[in-house]
Design a protein around this ligand. Structure first.
Ligand SMILES: *Cc1c(COP(=O)(O)O)cnc(C)c1O
Length: 422
């Protein structure tokens, strides 16, 4: 394995080293981000980036694929074991690509998709305006109950009866509660629709058994591999044998060409790590840390969408407690002190989605650094201090110091990791 991945180009090396240092010296609270291990980084930076391997292991369109086959077989075996699935396709370039392939596998152009409203926590690839999905399918949405912030499955059922969809999408980007996959499946069965469960966010929690699994319930389960599962950037689809051929054909040639084999190697490395019992402990701590964060923000007088969390993030709703604070402002104020979170729309949002009335704060990345509940409470206090007084320079100075202390106490990578600027 290469031990020195120094880019030869000084300008590029400088930017990459600066990014590594940014990750070391700030705290990522973006719920969809994580820090991959050195093994995953190296696999993704490997010579496999050179190899064309269109097709499936053992049935490729090009010669010279024997080692690519071995890598992909490892990733597939580990994915099927992790998720208890009969079939896995690890070639999707991203979660969005996995969803496009899922639609391609199950639907005809013009078919009806029913998915969650984006401002309620849905994802672009579930058919928001300006996407191919919206152009090629008839997309309708369901929502959460605006009073409770929770999915109302009876309302979903009523909406499904109204829309008569060919496909229902479950699984979300900013829904802080567990999803009842069986209940969504019952709705899909009632209207004779397919059900795609998109576990992009909760992939690691599902793999570790700290969130219920839709595998064996929904027709297809799609996901990204770089969020809670920590297996490097990419996507995947897992399903039962009955959909295996349709999924493989939908991924290639349906929606993609050659797989990014270096990223498939990253998935093999990350899935291998996720099979280790230590990963279960990690995933459990991710959720405990989110709970500790939510409890402390609640004590500090903030409102949380749905009143709390049972996943890896909280969504703070400013409308009642801090009516003048926008998500955009909150994001910028937090970033200024090294707390990297993202603005978020909240159910019933009246501001535009580029402004928003909330912020989403996630724990996967800081938990990878080793944060425990005590550290989360310290972090929560810094967040609360900044949000209560975004213009107060002395508050910002204290918060910056807290971030520096926490980064030092829970270090990430080292100066040799992945990119070494010399
Ligand atoms: C993050 C996410 C995806 C995948 O996004 P990519 O950036 O394309 O990997 C898909 N669905 C949901 C619900 C997500 O949150």
């Amino acid at each position: 394995m290469p031990t020195d991945l120094t880019p030869v180009d000084d300008d590029l090396a400088e930017a990459l080293a600066a990014e590594r240092d940014r990750q070391r010296e700030t705290l990522s609270l973006i719920a969809s981000e994580n820090h991959a291990s050195d093994a995953v980084l190296r696999a993704q930076g490997s010579v496999l980036t050179n190899k064309y391997a269109e097709g499936q292991p053992g049935e490729r369109y090009y010669a010279g694929c024997e080692h690519a086959d071995a890598v992909e077989e490892l990733a597939v075996e580990r994915a099927t074991e992790l998720f208890g699935a009969e079939h896995a396709n690890v070639q999707p370039h991203s979660g969005t690509s996995a969803n496009l392939a899922a639609y391609q596998a199950l639907l005809e152009s013009g078919d009806r998709i029913l998915s969650l409203e984006m401002t309620h926590g849905g994802h672009l690839s579930h058919g928001q305006p300006y996407t191919m999905v919206d152009d090629h399918f008839a997309v309708s949405h369901y929502g959460v109950d605006e009073a409770t912030g929770r999915l109302d499955y009876d309302a979903l059922e009523a909406r499904a009866e109204e829309v008569d969809p060919d496909l229902i999408v479950s699984g979300y980007s900013a829904y802080p509660r567990q999803v009842d996959w069986e209940r969504v499946q019952a709705v899909a069965d009632a209207v004779d629709a397919y059900h795609v469960a998109d576990i992009a966010h909760v992939t690691g929690l599902v793999a570790a058994g700290v969130h219920p699994s839709p595998v064996g319930v929904a027709d297809l389960v799609t996901g990204s591999t770089h969020k809670t599962i920590r297996a490097g950037r990419g996507g995947m689809i897992v399903c039962g044998e009955e959909h295996a051929d349709a999924v493989d054909t939908a991924v290639m040639p349906g929606t993609q060409g050659g797989p990014l084999m270096h990223n498939v190697a990253g998935k093999a490395a990350g899935f291998g790590e996720a099979l280790d019992p230590a990963f279960e402990e990690y995933a459990g701590r991710v959720v405990e840390n989110a709970t500790a964060l939510g409890d402390r923000l609640d004590e500090r007088g903030f409102d949380l969408v749905s009143g709390g969390t049972d996943v890896h993030f909280v969504v703070v709703d400013f409308r009642d407690t801090h009516p003048d604070l926008t998500g955009e402002r909150a994001e910028a104020s937090l970033a200024d002190v090294g707390l990297i979170a993202n603005k978020q729309t909240v159910p019933g949002e009246e501001r535009s989605s580029t402004v928003g009335s909330g912020v989403r704060i996630g724990t996967p990345a800081v938990t990878t650094r080793g944060f425990d509940a005590d550290a989360m409470r310290r972090l929560a206090d810094a967040v609360a201090d900044v949000l209560d007084a975004p213009d107060d320079e002395s508050v910002r100075t204290d918060a910056r110091q807290t971030v520096a202390d926490l980064c030092e106490r829970f270090p990430l990578y080292d100066a040799e990791t992945a990119v070494t600027a010399r």
